[in-house]
Design a protein around this ligand. Structure first.
Ligand SMILES: O=C(O)CCC(=O)C(=O)O
Length: 377
């Protein structure tokens, strides 16, 4: 081929790629609506990063520790706190049962989320934004502005704090979404505060919940949790023709204190445990709760945020709803002074949201790289 023809072919491919990449930014749902039978190149992971599916369903059946919220609130709290502490230290994850959130609130939220992803692309795309601080964000992949390989997920992110400020920006369609998300965000926030109190107690930072209210220092932190940030993320993973080539979400840890995750009946969540990927069995009417980077920092490394990822399914689409909680946007996250001593020197630098957002906006995602940037050597 003459150099002129080579140049022409290269230009043609570049244009095609640009055109394609513009299409991919519209999301996986949009791609599937166009009827695809193969995973496009843009979503194909390097061989080493691809998931290995167990040959027989259930071959890697794995049960997360179960924490009974009713037990945590009852006379056997001490015992439940021990189990909570062990789960956070050894797994970074647990399933919460008997959580007290009304079934109807959960069903309404899942249904409203599902309906959002069934809207036309024109309607969904009104909420696309590159601004990480936008009160509502519809998008795709993990970080679509940075990802070289896209992942097989679309999302709707709703900032929930303070509700009165953000509500007018939330999607007005489907009509039931706002009410369902308001109820759901209030209920999950309440549950989060109860669980975080238990976490403080399990770390030995307050003898009982009563002490937390009376002790000035700890009261201040509970107040910060109450005024803290909350982000609802509705994840939609359409069924995928070649699920062994891609992932719904690549390995990552969550940035906040705790994430309360609702999975539907389709499994897909995998966590890294003892050096291997294990699939979390959905338990009906439970929450999967995981330690985030901010809690790892706050606990000075005693509780660990753990890598997790999401597999996609060849025949079923999957919806999950993550409620991510942390301190207010302006607050500093630092190891609790009560957890630092000669035997346990300070392990992390102070950090805040602004630096987290700046970091993810300017770096390609890799595992726990933000937290690693906060470690003191
Ligand atoms: O969909 C899931 O099971 C996990 C979602 C998740 O990891 C996330 O939203 O960060």
């Amino acid at each position: 081929m003459s150099p002129a023809i080579v140049l022409e072919v290269q230009t043609h491919y570049k244009e095609e790629e640009l055109l394609e990449s513009h299409e991919f930014h519209k999301g996986v749902q949009h791609l599937c609506e166009r009827g695809i039978t193969k995973v496009p190149r843009k979503y194909i992971l390097p061989a080493l990063d691809r998931p290995i599916f167990p040959k027989k369903d259930g071959a890697t059946n794995f049960k997360l520790p179960i924490i009974d919220f009713a037990q945590l609130q009852g006379p056997d709290r001490i015992h439940a706190l021990k189990s909570l502490s062990k789960a956070c230290e050894e797994y970074g994850f647990f399933q919460l049962i008997n959580h007290g959130i009304a079934c109807q609130s959960i069903l309404d939220m899942i249904e409203a989320g599902r309906k959002f992803f069934e809207l036309s692309f024109e309607e969904r795309s009104k909420y696309m934004s590159k601004d990480m601080r936008a009160p509502v964000r519809y998008g795709t992949s993990f970080n679509q502005n940075k990802d070289r390989v896209f992942c097989w997920r679309d999302f709707l992110k709703l900032d929930c704090h303070p509700l009165s400020d953000v509500l007018p920006y939330w999607p007005s369609s489907p009509t039931e979404l706002r009410q369902a998300a308001v109820n759901y965000s209030k209920e999950t926030k309440f549950l989060y505060i109860m669980v975080v109190r238990a976490i403080l107690e399990s770390l030995g930072l307050a003898e009982t919940t009563k002490d937390i209210d009376e002790n000035d220092g700890d009261h201040h932190i509970i107040k910060e949790f109450q005024d803290g940030s909350q982000l609802l993320v509705v994840n939609c993973y359409p069924s995928c023709p070649e699920p062994d080539l891609t992932l719904g979400i690549p390995p990552h840890s969550d940035y906040g204190f705790l994430t309360l995750l609702l999975q539907d009946e389709v499994k897909g969540l995998q966590i890294q445990h003892e050096g291997r990927w294990v699939t979390v069995e959905p338990i009906p009417n439970s929450f999967v709760i995981n330690v985030g980077d901010h809690l790892e920092i706050f606990s000075n490394g005693r509780y660990r945020s753990v890598l997790h990822r999401v597999l996609v399914n060849p025949s079923k689409s999957r919806i999950s709803i993550a409620s991510l909680h942390s301190l207010p946007f302006g607050s500093m996250v630092r190891p609790s002074p009560k957890l630092i001593d000669d035997a346990n020197p300070r392990r992390y630098k102070d950090t805040d949201f602004a630096s987290f957002i700046e970091y993810i906006a300017s770096h390609e995602h890799r595992s726990k790289n933000f937290l690693d940037s906060r470690r003191l050597t």
